[in-house]
Design a protein around this ligand. Structure first.
Ligand SMILES: Cc1cc2nc3c(=O)[nH]c(=O)nc-3n(C[C@H](O)[C@H](O)[C@H](O)COP(=O)(O)O)c2cc1C
Length: 184
Protein backbone atom coordinates (compact mmCIF):
# COMPACT_ATOMS: atom_id res chain seq x y z
CA UNK A 1 0.00 0.00 0.00
CA UNK A 2 2.70 2.42 1.12
CA UNK A 3 4.84 1.39 -1.84
CA UNK A 4 2.10 2.10 -4.36
CA UNK A 5 1.45 5.50 -2.79
CA UNK A 6 5.14 6.41 -3.10
CA UNK A 7 5.12 5.18 -6.69
CA UNK A 8 2.05 7.27 -7.51
CA UNK A 9 3.64 10.35 -5.94
CA UNK A 10 6.85 9.77 -7.89
CA UNK A 11 4.93 9.51 -11.17
CA UNK A 12 3.00 12.71 -10.33
CA UNK A 13 6.23 14.62 -9.60
CA UNK A 14 7.86 13.32 -12.78
CA UNK A 15 4.82 14.33 -14.86
CA UNK A 16 4.82 17.82 -13.29
CA UNK A 17 8.53 18.22 -14.08
CA UNK A 18 8.08 17.02 -17.65
CA UNK A 19 5.27 19.51 -18.20
CA UNK A 20 7.68 22.31 -17.33
CA UNK A 21 9.92 21.63 -20.33
CA UNK A 22 9.35 24.39 -22.90
CA UNK A 23 8.73 23.40 -26.48
CA UNK A 24 11.65 24.62 -28.58
CA UNK A 25 12.02 25.27 -32.30
CA UNK A 26 15.37 26.07 -33.91
CA UNK A 27 15.06 28.06 -37.13
CA UNK A 28 18.10 28.98 -39.19
CA UNK A 29 19.21 30.52 -42.46
CA UNK A 30 22.43 29.09 -43.85
CA UNK A 31 23.35 29.52 -47.51
CA UNK A 32 26.78 27.92 -47.05
CA UNK A 33 26.05 25.38 -44.31
CA UNK A 34 27.92 26.73 -41.25
CA UNK A 35 24.85 27.92 -39.36
CA UNK A 36 23.00 24.78 -40.40
CA UNK A 37 25.57 22.49 -38.82
CA UNK A 38 25.51 24.53 -35.58
CA UNK A 39 21.70 24.47 -35.56
CA UNK A 40 21.68 20.71 -36.09
CA UNK A 41 24.13 20.16 -33.25
CA UNK A 42 22.00 22.36 -30.99
CA UNK A 43 18.97 20.35 -32.10
CA UNK A 44 20.67 17.12 -31.10
CA UNK A 45 21.61 18.31 -27.61
CA UNK A 46 18.27 19.98 -26.87
CA UNK A 47 15.90 17.63 -28.68
CA UNK A 48 14.33 20.70 -30.34
CA UNK A 49 12.64 20.69 -33.74
CA UNK A 50 14.37 22.33 -36.71
CA UNK A 51 13.17 24.59 -39.51
CA UNK A 52 15.45 25.86 -42.26
CA UNK A 53 14.71 29.40 -43.46
CA UNK A 54 15.24 29.19 -47.22
CA UNK A 55 14.66 31.71 -49.94
CA UNK A 56 11.66 31.09 -52.20
CA UNK A 57 14.34 31.96 -54.71
CA UNK A 58 17.21 29.80 -53.38
CA UNK A 59 20.55 31.41 -52.50
CA UNK A 60 23.26 30.13 -54.84
CA UNK A 61 27.02 30.19 -54.33
CA UNK A 62 27.17 33.19 -56.68
CA UNK A 63 24.59 35.00 -54.53
CA UNK A 64 26.93 34.92 -51.53
CA UNK A 65 30.20 35.47 -53.37
CA UNK A 66 32.19 37.82 -51.14
CA UNK A 67 34.38 38.76 -54.10
CA UNK A 68 31.47 40.15 -56.13
CA UNK A 69 29.95 43.37 -54.83
CA UNK A 70 27.13 42.96 -57.38
CA UNK A 71 26.07 39.65 -55.79
CA UNK A 72 22.56 39.27 -54.39
CA UNK A 73 23.77 39.30 -50.77
CA UNK A 74 25.42 42.70 -51.28
CA UNK A 75 22.32 44.10 -52.97
CA UNK A 76 20.22 42.97 -50.03
CA UNK A 77 22.72 44.38 -47.55
CA UNK A 78 22.66 47.72 -49.38
CA UNK A 79 18.86 48.01 -49.29
CA UNK A 80 17.57 47.00 -45.88
CA UNK A 81 13.98 47.55 -47.02
CA UNK A 82 14.18 44.46 -49.28
CA UNK A 83 12.27 41.46 -47.97
CA UNK A 84 13.29 38.28 -49.81
CA UNK A 85 10.43 35.80 -49.77
CA UNK A 86 10.80 32.80 -47.43
CA UNK A 87 9.95 29.32 -48.68
CA UNK A 88 7.19 27.84 -46.50
CA UNK A 89 6.51 28.28 -42.80
CA UNK A 90 7.24 26.22 -39.70
CA UNK A 91 4.54 23.71 -38.77
CA UNK A 92 2.44 24.47 -35.66
CA UNK A 93 4.48 27.55 -34.71
CA UNK A 94 1.80 28.37 -32.12
CA UNK A 95 2.77 25.35 -30.04
CA UNK A 96 6.36 26.53 -29.39
CA UNK A 97 7.39 28.51 -26.31
CA UNK A 98 10.93 29.20 -27.48
CA UNK A 99 12.12 29.91 -31.03
CA UNK A 100 15.80 30.15 -31.91
CA UNK A 101 16.66 32.19 -35.01
CA UNK A 102 20.15 31.61 -36.39
CA UNK A 103 21.88 33.26 -39.35
CA UNK A 104 25.26 34.17 -40.84
CA UNK A 105 26.19 37.77 -40.02
CA UNK A 106 26.19 39.83 -43.23
CA UNK A 107 27.66 43.32 -43.05
CA UNK A 108 27.44 43.32 -39.23
CA UNK A 109 23.68 42.67 -39.42
CA UNK A 110 21.13 39.90 -39.85
CA UNK A 111 20.41 39.11 -43.53
CA UNK A 112 17.15 40.70 -44.75
CA UNK A 113 15.50 37.29 -45.07
CA UNK A 114 15.53 37.16 -41.26
CA UNK A 115 13.32 40.28 -41.30
CA UNK A 116 11.04 38.51 -43.77
CA UNK A 117 10.84 35.50 -41.47
CA UNK A 118 10.17 37.55 -38.33
CA UNK A 119 7.54 39.68 -40.05
CA UNK A 120 5.88 36.68 -41.71
CA UNK A 121 5.39 34.64 -38.53
CA UNK A 122 3.69 35.46 -35.26
CA UNK A 123 6.42 35.34 -32.61
CA UNK A 124 4.65 37.50 -30.01
CA UNK A 125 4.68 35.99 -26.52
CA UNK A 126 7.51 33.59 -27.33
CA UNK A 127 11.11 33.73 -26.18
CA UNK A 128 13.10 34.33 -29.36
CA UNK A 129 16.80 33.51 -28.96
CA UNK A 130 19.04 35.00 -31.63
CA UNK A 131 22.31 33.29 -32.60
CA UNK A 132 24.72 33.53 -35.50
CA UNK A 133 27.88 32.37 -37.18
CA UNK A 134 30.42 34.84 -38.52
CA UNK A 135 33.94 35.41 -39.74
CA UNK A 136 34.93 37.54 -36.79
CA UNK A 137 31.99 39.81 -35.86
CA UNK A 138 30.25 39.54 -32.54
CA UNK A 139 26.48 39.17 -32.46
CA UNK A 140 25.75 42.33 -30.43
CA UNK A 141 25.38 44.88 -33.26
CA UNK A 142 23.19 42.54 -35.33
CA UNK A 143 21.11 41.73 -32.26
CA UNK A 144 20.64 45.39 -31.27
CA UNK A 145 19.41 46.25 -34.76
CA UNK A 146 16.78 43.50 -34.54
CA UNK A 147 15.80 44.60 -31.04
CA UNK A 148 15.29 48.14 -32.35
CA UNK A 149 13.20 46.92 -35.29
CA UNK A 150 11.02 44.57 -33.23
CA UNK A 151 10.57 46.17 -29.78
CA UNK A 152 7.40 44.17 -29.11
CA UNK A 153 9.16 40.82 -29.34
CA UNK A 154 10.95 39.11 -26.48
CA UNK A 155 14.32 38.85 -28.23
CA UNK A 156 17.21 37.33 -26.29
CA UNK A 157 20.84 37.69 -27.36
CA UNK A 158 22.48 34.29 -27.76
CA UNK A 159 25.97 34.24 -29.16
CA UNK A 160 27.96 33.79 -32.36
CA UNK A 161 30.24 31.01 -33.55
CA UNK A 162 33.28 32.56 -35.23
CA UNK A 163 35.18 31.02 -38.14
CA UNK A 164 37.52 28.08 -37.44
CA UNK A 165 36.50 27.56 -33.83
CA UNK A 166 38.39 25.23 -31.52
CA UNK A 167 36.27 22.29 -30.31
CA UNK A 168 36.14 24.06 -26.94
CA UNK A 169 34.86 27.32 -28.47
CA UNK A 170 32.18 25.39 -30.36
CA UNK A 171 31.14 23.59 -27.20
CA UNK A 172 30.95 26.91 -25.33
CA UNK A 173 28.60 28.28 -27.98
CA UNK A 174 26.37 25.20 -27.71
CA UNK A 175 26.35 25.45 -23.91
CA UNK A 176 25.54 29.18 -23.97
CA UNK A 177 22.64 28.64 -26.36
CA UNK A 178 21.31 25.67 -24.40
CA UNK A 179 21.45 27.65 -21.17
CA UNK A 180 19.56 30.54 -22.78
CA UNK A 181 16.41 28.38 -22.93
CA UNK A 182 14.24 29.53 -20.03
CA UNK A 183 12.34 27.08 -17.85
CA UNK A 184 8.63 27.16 -18.63
C1 LIG B 1 27.70 38.78 -48.00
C2 LIG B 1 28.43 38.35 -46.78
C3 LIG B 1 28.69 39.29 -45.77
C4 LIG B 1 29.37 38.91 -44.61
N1 LIG B 1 29.58 39.83 -43.62
C5 LIG B 1 30.23 39.45 -42.48
C6 LIG B 1 30.43 40.38 -41.41
O1 LIG B 1 30.00 41.55 -41.44
N2 LIG B 1 31.11 39.93 -40.32
C7 LIG B 1 31.62 38.68 -40.22
O2 LIG B 1 32.24 38.36 -39.23
N3 LIG B 1 31.39 37.75 -41.21
C8 LIG B 1 30.72 38.11 -42.31
N4 LIG B 1 30.49 37.17 -43.31
C9 LIG B 1 30.92 35.78 -43.08
C10 LIG B 1 29.73 34.89 -42.66
O3 LIG B 1 29.03 35.47 -41.58
C11 LIG B 1 30.24 33.51 -42.20
O4 LIG B 1 31.04 32.93 -43.19
C12 LIG B 1 29.09 32.58 -41.82
O5 LIG B 1 29.56 31.60 -40.93
C13 LIG B 1 28.43 31.88 -43.00
O6 LIG B 1 27.34 31.12 -42.54
P1 LIG B 1 26.57 30.04 -43.45
O7 LIG B 1 27.62 29.01 -43.88
O8 LIG B 1 25.55 29.46 -42.54
O9 LIG B 1 26.02 30.77 -44.62
C14 LIG B 1 29.82 37.55 -44.47
C15 LIG B 1 29.57 36.63 -45.50
C16 LIG B 1 28.88 37.02 -46.63
C17 LIG B 1 28.58 36.00 -47.70
Amino acid sequence: MKKSLILTLAVMIMTACAAKEPKVLITYFSPTGTTKSLAQELGTVTGADLFEIEGAQPYTTDDVNLGNREARAFKEMADKSLRPEVKGKPDKLKSYDVVFIGFPIWGDAAPNIINSFIEGNDLKGKTVIIFSTSGSSNLTNSFNKLKEQYPDLNLVEGTTLKRNPTPEARQNVINTLKEAIPAK
